[in-house]
Unconditional design. Structure first.
Length: 490
């Protein structure tokens, strides 16, 4: 592609929506294919037009040797972020960088001292900061008269609603919500995101009953000894306080911090407790067995181990209360933690494949896990699975035993070593005892096989297919016995 000679003719390019990478790429491609240099372009945002606008660049003649340019991926990632900034000069800035990349400066982004690169980086950093603030400071309020419907009001500095909305869809998959901002709004119905125009602050509901509970909780966890007002204001500027119900408490909490620290200092020392005590109002399952729904409600408030602090919710079992077969896995994964249902992620999809091939209706099974909260560690934005510790298994075992007592299945299937150890005891060895029937104290028959996640972890296709056949064959053997009613005679 050759550089055209200088030309006084000006052209206009429109980007709508102005934060869309695809819209900007399409417009920039039109200009490049016609050899229109950066100084010749007027960039227009949105759909409004004016009689004073220069002719559209599509009317300029195409270059004889025009071809679509190939640009580095890191430039596209930078452009996608910068476009969300409100600076009207960002469109021209990005095209100027693109022009330089196409015309011989392909490594320009590796020069942090370059003026254009420096400016684009600053815009991208501002957008990322605004994105972080929106994720941290959006607070949903319940819509009066509409169960499980929530609305939040937020005032971002930049055009980040489309950028951040998928995060909230993943984080709050199981509820219906909307986020209103002055320039753009988004709603989630449990299946898809829908974007719309901006709204007014009055369109969002006033504070609800949950906020007083949250304020009580926040006041109790506020640690005056760790108060750093300067750092707090840096991370949570006062302009965001109106979005946060807990921020109403901050002036009083800050004012009283010194007195509270002195009281903590004067309090007599207490010996450390080796066990996490039951909190008031948290009941373990009763031996006289009430309904599964009551047990589910009790489990949702369990604080017997620290896993609840980093999880979205308790993932309780699901299935008929009189199911003949109960499948027990290790713990919920990332997808299950967000949706609140067991076996919904990749391992659950593999289980569904095996059940379908064997003609087993998943609806008739009771599916649960030995541990009810997602144990994980964060690597950037990703939550990586961590194997549950023995204390987590022991803390959740009363809930699992409560499920078994209420469902009273004919057959219990333990998927993996964690589930088997929880049901059969710590001495159970999956590699030694897989494929054998075992009898519980109440006479229920149990069988242990591999977890479908183990199948997915195999390193190549051949091993994965062999592992899958082993898993499916075990399920078939279990199903045949359960259907014949002979589990107690093996």
């Amino acid at each position: 592609m050759h550089r055209p000679p200088p030309d006084a003719q000006r052209w206009s390019l429109r980007v709508d929506p102005q934060w869309s990478l695809q819209a900007w790429r399409d417009a920039a491609r039109e200009a490049l294919l016609r050899g229109v240099a950066p100084p010749q372009l007027d960039w227009l945002e949105g759909s409004e037009t004016s009689l004073l606008d220069a002719p559209a660049v599509q009317r300029a003649p195409m270059l004889a040797d025009a071809s679509a340019p190939n640009v580095p991926r890191d430039f596209l990632e930078l452009a996608a972020t910068c476009l969300c900034h409100h600076d009207p000069q960002r469109l021209a800035l990005l095209y100027r960088l693109l022009w330089r990349i196409v015309h011989g400066e392909r490594s320009v982004l590796s020069n942090p001292a370059d003026a254009d690169v420096l400016r684009a980086t600053a815009l991208a950093q501002a957008v990322r900061r605004d994105t972080h603030k929106m994720k941290a400071f959006v607070r949903f309020r319940e819509v009066p008269g509409q169960p499980d419907a929530f609305i939040a009001w937020f005032e971002p500095q930049h055009h980040i609603v489309d950028r951040v909305a998928p995060f909230f869809a993943r984080r709050f998959t199981g509820m219906r919500w909307a986020i209103l901002t002055p320039s753009r709004s988004v709603a989630w119905d449990g299946q898809a995101l829908a974007f719309g125009p901006g709204a007014r602050r009055e369109d969002a509901p006033a504070e609800d009953a949950r906020e007083s509970l949250w304020q009580t909780y926040y006041a109790n966890i506020f640690n005056p000894a760790r108060l750093n007002t300067r750092m707090m204001m840096q991370e949570m500027p006062a302009k965001y306080w109106r979005h946060l119900p807990e921020a109403q408490l901050l002036p009083r909490l800050v004012r009283d911090a010194a007195d509270r620290v002195q009281k903590m200092h004067d309090r007599p020392a207490q010996a450390p407790q080796r066990r996490i005590p039951l909190r008031a109002g948290v009941a373990m399952p009763a031996a006289d067995a009430s309904s599964l729904e009551n047990l589910r409600g009790q489990a949702s408030t369990c604080r017997q181990c620290p896993l609840w602090e980093q999880s979205t919710q308790t993932v309780f079992g699901q299935g008929p209360a009189d199911a003949r077969m109960m499948l027990i896995g290790e713990q919920p994964g990332d997808t299950e933690d967000l949706r609140g249902q067991p076996f919904m992620g990749p391992a659950g999809q593999l289980l569904d494949r095996a059940l379908t091939e064997l003609g087993i209706d998943r609806v008739g099974l009771y599916l649960t896990n030995a541990v009810k909260h997602f144990h994980h560690e964060r690597r950037g934005k990703v939550r990586l699975h961590k194997r549950p510790e023995s204390r987590h298994i022991q803390a959740c075992r009363p809930w699992l035993m409560g499920e078994i007592a209420r469902v009273r299945p004919q057959v219990i299937v333990c998927l993996g070593a964690t589930a088997a150890a929880s049901v059969f005891g710590r001495g159970f060895d999956l590699s030694r005892d897989r494929g054998r029937w075992h009898t519980l104290e109440d006479g229920t028959r149990g069988y242990a096989t591999v977890h479908p996640a183990w199948v997915l972890r195999q390193t190549d296709d051949a091993r994965r297919e062999d592992a899958y056949r082993l898993f499916r064959d075990d399920l078939q053997r279990i199903h045949e016995v359960a259907e014949d009613g002979n589990a107690g005679h093996l």
